[in-house]
Design a protein around this ligand. Structure first.
Ligand code: THU
Length: 132
């Protein structure tokens, strides 16, 4: 991916991670999605005392974009904490990303706060996504 865009996504996701509400797991996540319009939207994980109600950072970023009127997403970057496991998107988030990805091979970047990234295609992380 274009490195200038990756830097912008890292910046936005890092800012969002500061707002993560992760009082139960302690695992803070930030995400940023690049929409077709060129705008970038951020999200963080928001946990709940009823654990199953927790919402992941990347789904919150997708929903922020959709709420702003976007319908097609071109890339997503997810950043986790410096000392934890890498934040590979969960299965539910992969399906939500597939709903709005402008192409099946949309780039999905999994990052550490120091900026090191692994880049995947959405369709390698979720082959045969459900579509109507
Ligand atoms: N989490 C995310 O926000 N995104 C991911 O890609 C993986 C998991 C959150 C959910 C929960 O708040 C915490 O990380 C631990 O599972």
């Amino acid at each position: 991916m274009d490195q200038a865009i990756v830097q912008k996504l890292l910046q936005k996701a890092g800012e969002a991670r500061k707002n993560a509400y992760a009082v139960y797991s302690g695992y803070t996540v930030g995400a940023a999605v690049l929409a077709e319009s060129g705008e970038i939207y951020g999200g963080c994980n928001v946990e709940n005392a009823s654990y199953g109600l927790t919402m992941c950072a990347e789904r919150n970023a997708v929903f922020a974009a959709v709420a702003a009127g976007e319908r097609k997403l071109c890339a997503v970057l997810i950043v986790g904490p410096p000392d934890g496991e890498k934040p590979y998107p969960c299965g539910a988030c992969r399906q939500v990303l597939a709903e709005f990805a402008e192409e099946p091979g949309m780039p999905v970047l999994v990052a550490a706060p120091d900026g090191t990234c692994e880049e995947y295609r959405l369709d390698e992380l979720l082959p045969y996504s459900f579509q109507l």
